[in-house]
Design a binder for this molecule. Structure first.
Ligand code: 0O2
Length: 251
């Protein structure tokens, strides 16, 4: 390799690293947002709808493959515009209602822009695949600029995730024809998963209604009227009257 070639190569390498870093930063930022929502849910609502979060950066091979499949030009600006899932986050929720609630919360954040929403829950793919896909733009602030970076978020229930992970392992991306019998069996499995989700959602709603009825009666922890409260792992003892008089809640 000549001196010039070596210099060019080093420059390309630096540019590529900078390019991919933006997606890594976007993932870092997005994961912090999810973590904050998760903690807020745990502290305030005593309930965590987020079961699991997994993020990944698409491999260069996979990016090139997708670029060719879509018939796009092979250049960094083309990748930046056409491949919107270089930064990908998969969030597994407990119930279907959690998926939509979380999606709304994310879209309500002022610095996040919704580019595309594909609702494969309301309109599943013919093979039975279900999931809510959001293509978002997240601003990444670096030393000399601010870049709006695409992040693909897939939100689904544990049951949908179970099906999709196994289907992916079995034959998603299998190029040859798939026997109709197997397609049918996989679709049946997806229908069972959907039924299970429906059942669990129903039980969850009923339990919530029961809980709300129970909570109408205030629970006072101690005979002297003191309430025990944990904030950030610290224990506080506060008089019940003090709390109800000073912290009015919205009705
Ligand atoms: P990987 O390896 O998971 O990243 P578009 O970008 O809109 O032009 P695309 O990417 O096909 O077209 O969009 P779509 O339909 O939203 O699918 C994107 C991702 O959803 C896929 O990423 C999969 O992760 C997942 N997915 C979509 N359909 C299926 C399916 O039938 N089964 C399973 N298991 N997963 C699915 P990649 O890049 O294809 O793969």
């Amino acid at each position: 390799m000549s001196f010039k070639q070596n210099k060019d190569f080093k420059q390309i390498k630096t540019e590529l690293i900078r390019f991919m870093m933006m997606y890594k930063f976007a993932l870092d930022e997005f994961n912090t947002k999810i973590d904050i929502l998760k903690q807020e849910f745990c502290y305030i609502h005593d309930y965590n709808p987020i079961e699991h979060v997994k993020s990944r950066l698409k491999t260069p091979e996979s990016i090139m493959k997708k670029l060719r499949r879509k018939g796009c030009e092979i250049s960094l600006p083309s990748i930046r515009e056409n491949i919107q899932d270089i930064a990908g986050v998969r969030i597994t929720c407990s119930f279907i209602s959690d998926i939509y609630e979380l999606s709304e919360m994310l879209q309500a954040q002022k610095d996040i822009k919704l580019v595309k929403c594909k609702d494969y829950i309301k309109s599943p793919k013919p093979n039975g695949y279900k999931s809510l896909h959001l293509i978002l733009k997240v601003p990444v602030f670096i030393s000399d600029r601010n870049e709006e970076t695409y992040v693909e978020v897939q939100i689904r229930t544990i049951a949908m995730d179970f099906w999709a992970s196994l289907e992916h392992k079995i034959y998603y991306k299998y190029d040859k024809g798939i026997p109709e019998r197997l397609k049918g069996e996989l679709k049946e499995a997806a229908d069972s998963v959907a039924e299970l989700d429906r059942k669990m959602e129903g039980i969850h709603k009923e339990i919530n209604q029961l809980k709300q009825t129970d909570q109408l009666e205030p629970e006072i922890d101690f005979d002297d009227g003191t309430q025990e409260i944990f904030i950030n792992n610290q224990r506080f003892y506060l008089p019940y009257d003090f709390l109800t008089e000073n912290f009015k809640t919205e009705k």
